[in-house]
Design a binder for this molecule. Structure first.
Ligand SMILES: Cc1ncc(COP(=O)(O)OP(=O)(O)O)c(N)n1
Ligand SMILES: Cc1nc(C(=O)O)sc1CCOP(=O)(O)O
Ligand SMILES: [Mg+2]
Length: 233
């Protein structure tokens, strides 16, 4: 498959005059996509159970930074079982190889983490493959062409979980969901209090870390707090 030619992102915006030529698509309601804290210990399994039992969660991403794959694999084993028992998709961040080794449901790839086409080849047609697209229409279209199952845009709000260089606007979600069927994920500093414009703009998933794990009343309260804005309350 040929790569898309590089196009100025602004040139890809939808002219409002033509927006009504697109049929409104049916999309399932926006769902919660939990991202793990960047560091965890063996006690995290209990926190994950509490979070997943508190309300609907579509997917859990194991995103551990700065530790080797053997340690991640050891920490992951009980977490895979917890997700599987609740039919929550278990997604591994960064590494196609680790996703395969753990029998994960999918992998999330940043722009430097590998090609979704390789992920598909190694993980198979059922795997959920996500790609970070920052605030770029071009990257998202390219990811779609390369077979991504979802594209992730961000950061929508300031975050202390990761140093980010790109800021995304809710209108990007509206453009994507008007033109493409591939689901889109919004990420970056999302809380139950600031999420409403992202849901209204069309986000298919809200990817959230600190608002759940750092909730003052614990992760279960963190998940419950999203139920209202996701129309699950
Ligand atoms: C759902 C989702 N979206 C974006 C990211 C960020 O991925 P990446 O740019 O590779 O940065 P790291 O997470 O690896 O630091 C993500 N992990 N998940
Ligand atoms: C992992 C990650 N990726 C981002 C991006 O913009 O691509 S923002 C981010 C951090 C998400 O955690 P929190 O919900 O605590 O802000
Ligand atoms: Mg990455």
């Amino acid at each position: 498959m040929n790569d898309l030619p590089e196009i100025d992102d602004d040139a890809l915006k939808l002219d409002p005059a033509f927006a009504d030529q697109f049929e409104p698509q049916f999309r399932p309601a926006c769902q919660l996509y939990l991202i793990s804290p960047p560091a965890i210990d063996d006690g995290f399994a209990t926190l994950l159970e509490a979070a997943l039992d508190a309300g609907p969660v579509a997917a859990f991403q194991l995103r551990l930074k700065g530790i080797d794959d053997h340690r991640i694999a050891a920490l992951a084993a009980p977490l895979v079982a917890i997700c599987r028992a609740r039919e929550v998709a278990f997604i591994v961040n960064d590494s196609i190889g680790l996703a395969k080794r753990l029998g994960a449901d999918g992998v999330h790839l940043g722009q430097e983490d590998g090609d979704p086409r390789d992920a598909r080849e190694q993980l198979g047609k059922e795997a959920q493959i996500g790609v970070t697209c920052h605030d770029s229409r071009h990257l998202a279209m390219e990811a779609g062409e390369r077979g991504a199952d979802y594209v992730a845009f961000g950061a929508f709000f300031p975050t202390t979980t990761k140093t980010v260089e790109h800021v995304a606007e809710p209108a990007l979600l509206g453009w994507w969901t008007t033109v493409f069927e591939t689901p889109c994920v919004a990420i970056g500093g999302i809380t139950a209090d600031n999420a409403a414009p992202l849901v209204a703009a069309g986000a298919d998933f809200l990817a959230v870390s600190s608002a759940v794990w750092g909730h003052p009343d614990g992760p279960a309260a963190g998940v419950r707090a999203f139920a209202g804005v996701l129309g699950q309350g």
